[in-house]
Design a protein around this ligand. Structure first.
Ligand SMILES: Cc1cc2nc3c(=O)[nH]c(=O)nc-3n(C[C@H](O)[C@H](O)[C@H](O)COP(=O)(O)OP(=O)(O)OC[C@H]3O[C@@H](n4cnc5c(N)ncnc54)[C@H](O)[C@@H]3O)c2cc1C
Length: 472
């Protein structure tokens, strides 16, 4: 079948099973089953494809580079529409803005703006393997979200193709104050952030840039256990708030099991034998101000109970900073591999993404650890964004029975996290995997309001079936 767009653009859904195979998988354990693949080479072509799909009532699941851990970019049926060919970007250095193609690899864009003295802060660990549109659609975060907030804070405009075949730009207003209409809907950019493909196909994104920080220092601070590490994070947050002491841009936990994995990498970084946890930190500063920054961290650590201040590892030069970064990233990569090794017995890695207000984190970690011990889950690892009340629990389950017990604990964690004012997903999105927990996060009325919004964008419900809402 060859279809025409505007009398000039021709496109053809790809049905070659060898090509489709790659689009059946993402970073989740789920599998998609698309009948065809669309790879629009322009925004107009994307809009034309959606018009055609809508007229024939064919479901369309948008995807980026398929690094989702929740199966969000997998099409259960119908067409999968990839933005991978929508690449290229333009930077307006003067205005500190950039317009970026949906399919651009996040890290490639960031490297380019950094060469121009600018900075785009969102930093998901997957930045080398995810697209700009994917980060907007999932409202991605990273370690530096502690200082800079999630992706939506940096998005000033989104170009979207809709099922009626139209192409629309939504832009934020640039006023400091605005009292027109519902505050959550004063522009529709915010709706597209976290939409997970359910509202439209993102073709371009306009983002805000800032000056590249002149320098930063990173480090690993060690503690006797996770709870003294969390107490230190509380102290660091407090000093940051008061503007008196340390001023971190990230505060990331690594528990004893993670330190074990890091030791096994055989890097040149010394990880003290007595450490039961570490906090990875970064702080930006002026060139040559690293000594003052190190003194502030030293002072804070020395006064923090349970800290092994003498063992703190710091990195002020790029090579050493990269070494620390890679060491930290070895943790999820190693656990992914271990999870996969149990697939034949029905085992896998289960990763949580809930977050709670920081003040509630330590007591909940104690409670949740108790539940895991009671359920006999002995391969439980805690790491990640505790500065934002957002640790990832990675649970390695070796067979289907252990998996069922772990799933039951994760369900209770999500329920309690929401009851404590938190969320079921702080960065990976709901996708298909976290659907059972949505009812803890949203009331029936809130869910109806979101469904009503979806009906405005996608009246026949062809977009991203099974994401965010159960497939009808
Ligand atoms: C090793 C690893 C580490 C990770 N670390 C992080 C992390 O630190 N922080 C974090 O937030 N996430 C992380 N993730 C999850 C994932 O990388 C992010 O969610 C990322 O934003 C997904 O981008 P993608 O291009 O791969 O999108 P996909 O996986 O292809 O799709 C994800 C969602 O975006 C939608 N989407 C994609 N493109 C479009 C489009 N053009 N228009 C409309 N909707 C679209 C899809 O429908 C789907 O709902 C990690 C994943 C892995 C595998």
């Amino acid at each position: 079948m060859v279809l025409k767009s505007d009398g000039s653009v021709q496109w053809r859904p790809v049905t070659d099973p060898a090509i489709l195979e790659a689009y059946r998988h993402d970073a989740s354990p789920l599998q998609g089953d698309p009948e065809a693949l669309l790879r629009p080479a322009s925004a107009l072509e994307a809009a034309d494809q959606l018009r055609e799909a809508c007229s024939r009532n064919i479901a369309v699941t948008p995807c980026g580079l398929r690094s989702s851990t929740t199966g969000a970019g997998l099409a259960p049926h119908g067409w999968v529409q990839s933005c991978e060919k929508l690449v290229g970007w333009e930077v307006d250095v003067e205005r500190r803005r950039a317009v970026v193609g949906a399919g651009v690899v996040l890290r490639e864009f960031k490297d380019d703006v950094e060469e121009q003295g600018l900075f785009y802060p969102p930093d998901p660990t997957s930045e080398r393997e995810c697209s700009l549109a994917g980060t907007v659609a999932c409202d991605a975060s990273g370690a530096r979200t502690y200082r800079y907030g999630a992706t939506h804070r940096w998005v000033t405009g989104v170009e979207v193709a809709l099922p009626d075949g139209s192409l629309q730009w939504f832009r934020r207003r640039s006023v400091d104050k605005d009292a027109a209409g519902y505050s959550g809907m004063r522009d529709l950019v915010g709706l597209l952030c976290g939409s997970e493909g359910t509202l439209g196909f993102i073709t371009k994104v306009e983002v805000r840039l800032i000056d590249r920080p002149p320098a930063y220092t990173s480090g690993l601070a060690f503690f006797g256990d996770v709870f003294s590490a969390l107490a230190f994070v509380g102290l660091a947050r407090e000093q940051d708030r008061r503007g008196d002491g340390v001023k971190p841009r990230c505060l990331e936990l690594l528990d004893a099991g993670c330190l074990e994995i890091m030791r096994a990498q055989g890097s040149g970084v010394t990880l003290p034998a007595g450490a039961g946890a570490a906090i990875y930190f970064e702080q930006e500063h002026a060139v040559d101000a690293d000594e003052a920054v190190l003194m502030a961290w030293w002072t804070a650590l020395e006064g923090s109970p349970g800290a092994l201040a003498e063992d703190t590892v710091v990195a002020t030069d790029p090579a050493r900073q990269e070494e620390l970064r890679l060491l930290r990233h070895a943790v999820p990569a190693t656990l992914n591999e271990e999870g996969r090794s149990h697939a034949a017995q029905g085992g896998r890695k289960i990763s949580t993404d809930w977050a709670v207000p920081f003040e509630r984190l330590a007591p909940l970690v104690a409670t949740f650890d108790g539940w895991l011990a009671d359920a006999g889950i002995d391969r439980a690892f805690r790491y990640g964004h505790v500065g934002n009340g957002h640790p990832h629990y990675n649970l390695i389950v070796r067979d289907a029975a252990e998996r069922a017990r772990a799933d039951a604990v994760v369900k209770r964690m999500c329920e309690v996290a929401c009851a404590e004012g938190g969320t079921i997903t702080a960065e990976h999105g709901v996708g298909k995997i976290k659907l059972p927990y949505v009812r803890y996060r949203f009331s029936p009325l809130e869910l109806e309001a979101m469904k009503a919004v979806k009906r405005v964008f996608d009246p026949t419900g062809i977009l991203a079936p099974g994401n965010l809402f159960p497939a009808s």
